[in-house]
Design a protein around this ligand. Sequence first.
Ligand code: PSV
Ligand code: MN
Ligand code: MN
Length: 424
Amino acid sequence: MNIENYQIESHNSDLLAKHQRKLAFVTEEVSNAQDIIQKLIDFQIGIPSWALGTGGTRFGRFSSGGEPRNIEEKIEDIGLLHKLNAASGSISLHIPWDTAENVPAIKALVAQQGLSFDAMNSNTFQDQANQAHSYKFGSLQHVDKAVRKQAIDHNIEVIRQGVELGSKALTVWLADGSCFPGQLNFRKAFQNTLESLQEIYAALPADWKVFVEYKAFEPNFYSTTVGDWGQSLLYANKLGPKAFTLVDLGHHLPNANIEQIVALLLMEGKLGGFHFNDSKYGDDDLTAGSMKPYQLFLIFNELVEGMDARGMNHSKDLGWMIDASHNVKDPLEDLLQSVEAIMLAYAQALSVNRTALQQAQAENDVARAQEILQQAFRTDLRPLVAEARLRAGAALAPLDLFRKFNVRQELIKSRGLNTVATGL
Ligand code: PSV
Ligand code: MN
Ligand code: MN
C-alpha cells in the first residue's frame, strides 16, 4: 500500500485555508512558534515492531486483519506512518521475532522507506523452540549459570544482528523476579543479573548504548529484579558510561511522579530513553496521552528543561520510542494518535515561559508557577504540530488521510483478514 506525494498534497490543499487561519492565531499567541515548529520537524519517534499488530490480552485477541506477517511488512507499515506524519522515522526490532534472513535486503528496504533502526530488543521472557534451558525462573538472574549463559549469549547475538543492521543500542527488559515470598534471594538475584549484564556490556561496540528498562510488576507479582528506576540506575551506574535507564511510562506503580524521576535521571546523565504509552491501572500500553495528557506534558516539561540545562540535543541525545499494544483499535491509527500526542506534549513544553517560571519558583509564587504551566498546556498548539508536518511534506491530518484511502481495507486485501503479526 503506497500513498503518493500528490495525494498528500491534494489532501493538504483541501485543508490549507482552515489550517492557516488557526496557525495565524497560535503564532500570535506563542512567541517562539517558529522555533517550536523547527524542533518538531527534527523530532522523530521510534515505532516498535510489536505494536503493528493487534496485541490482545491473555483472555483473547481480536484482530482487525491486514497485519504485517513478517519484518518486511512491518517496515512497510512504519514507512506508511512516516509518509503520513514525517515523525515516525525509525523501527525498533525484537529478536528473535524479527530476525532478518537477508540483511542487505532489509537494510535497503528501511533506507527506501526513509527509516533507520532504533534500539534492538532482546527476549528472554519467553522460551523459544529448540532452546536448551527454560526461563521459567528467570534469565539473567537465574540460579543456574547455564541458563544465565544462554540468556547472555542471546543478548550478544542481538547486538551482533543490530551491528549488521546499523542499530546503535540494545534495550534489555527482563521479566526476571519472583512470584512468592521466599522464592528468591534478592541480593543473589541482583548480583547474578549484574554479572550477566556486565558480560553483555563487554560485548557492546564503542558507539553503542545499553538501556536497562525497569518495570514494577508483571509477569512476576512479588518481586521484579529490575523493578524500579533505583534498581535500573544501580545497574547502569555499576555497568559504566554506555549504560542508561529506560523509562517506560506504564512501568510504575500507580500515581508515581514520573516527571520527577525523569528530572533526576537526566541530572545524573543516566536517562537513556523512553517508551511512551499511557495507563490507568498498570502496564496498560494504551495510546500515549489518552489518559493523562497533563502528566505527559509535565514529563516533557522536565525533559526540555533538563536537556537544555545539560546542552543536550532534543532529537538525538535520547531514544524516543512508543511501546503500545492494542486489542480494540486499528494499530496503525493508534500509532498515528500516539505520535500526535507526543508531539503535542513536546510542543507545549517548548512553549513554557521558562524565565517567568524560574522567577516564580525563586519567589515561591506557587499560584503563578501553576498558571505558567497551565497556560502552556491549555493553549491549543495542534496547528504547530500540523504545520511541522506540512513543512516536512507530510499530511495535515494523517488519520483522516489514512481513512480516506481505506488503508486498512487495502492491507486486508493484500494480506488477508486472519493475520497474526509475529510478536506480542
Ligand atoms: C513488557 O512490559 C514490555 O512492554 C517491555 O516494556 C518491553 O519493552 C516490551 O514489552 C517488549 O518486550
Ligand atoms: Mn517497554
Ligand atoms: Mn510494558
